[in-house]
Write a protein that binds this ligand. Structure first.
Ligand SMILES: Nc1ncnc2c1ncn2[C@@H]1O[C@H](COP(=O)(O)OP(=O)(O)OP(=O)(O)O)[C@@H](O)[C@H]1O
Ligand SMILES: C[C@H](N)[C@H](N)CCCCCC(=O)O
Ligand SMILES: [Mg+2]
Length: 209
């Protein structure tokens, strides 16, 4: 079964938008194992709006927590203990896109970081990174943290305005493919996202899965 994890250099970098575009382009399934923050909507609802996929392709979260915070804290606030056993991906008949929470060293529990969880999933990761100032450091640190845990990095998907130098040096120093760049879309809807996803290297992503 083919699976890929979508992570990012930070929260708010555009993982959900990219994951929606990818799930739509691959005709796959989307799963957000741990959602922290559901007002006005969680990432699953966003993906439903933006992917063009049927509701049945968006799998229910294992944890759906109210507080928009680090998952370890959101869980604690609700008296919930996040259990790794509940975070194993559902079996699906098609490509599964799994979205993390925040960046790679965000804690799910007092002892389990999101990158440790990815290592348990044994699936490749796409790192979503901003194109602009600050991305070199954040991207290279994220790749190092993933590698240190033996998590395969399929490549970097850039998000934002073109920045040829950052888009050159980051994949080069990280030693991973540049998977393309998703621009910030003025009108963000399923149709414009599907069109913009044509700029991504879906062939390399499919091969990595
Ligand atoms: N390509 C894009 N075009 C237009 N708006 C975008 C794009 N990517 C992200 N955004 C906007 O930026 C904000 C953050 O994006 P998104 O929710 O995808 O981040 P995230 O990395 O998934 O965050 P989280 O850590 O909460 O899961 C949202 O308001 C989203 O609509
Ligand atoms: C609330 C947010 N939108 C995400 N669901 C969780 C982001 C956690 C980030 C934690 C941190 O790095 O400080
Ligand atoms: Mg998200």
């Amino acid at each position: 079964m083919s699976r890929i994890i979508v992570t990012g250099t930070d929260t708010g970098v555009g993982k959900t938008v990219f994951a929606a575009g990818l799930a739509g382009a691959l005709g796959g399934f989307y799963w957000k194992p741990v959602q922290s923050g559901i007002d006005p909507e969680g990432d699953s609802e966003t993906v439903r709006r933006l992917s063009g996929l049927a509701a049945s392709r968006i799998l229910p979260e294992a944890y759906r927590l109210q507080l928009p915070a680090s998952p370890h804290l959101s869980a604690r606030e609700e008296g919930v203990e996040i259990d790794l056993a509940r975070l194993m991906p559902p079996i699906q008949d098609g490509p599964l896109i799994i979205e993390g929470a925040g960046g790679v060293l965000v804690p799910l529990t007092e002892t389990l970081l999101i990158a440790d969880y990815f290592a348990r999933l044994a699936a490749p990761v796409i790192l979503c990174a901003r194109t602009g100032l600050g991305t070199i450091n954040h991207s290279l640190m994220s790749v190092e943290a993933l590698r240190a845990r033996g998590v395969p990095v399929a490549g970097i998907a850039f998000i934002g305005d073109p920045h040829p130098e950052n888009e050159r040096i980051v994949p080069k120093l990280a030693g991973v493919p540049h998977l393309g760049r998703l621009p910030m879309l003025d009108r963000l809807d399923a149709a414009s996202l599907a069109t913009a996803m044509a700029a991504m290297d879906l062939g390399t992503i499919r091969k990595a899965m």
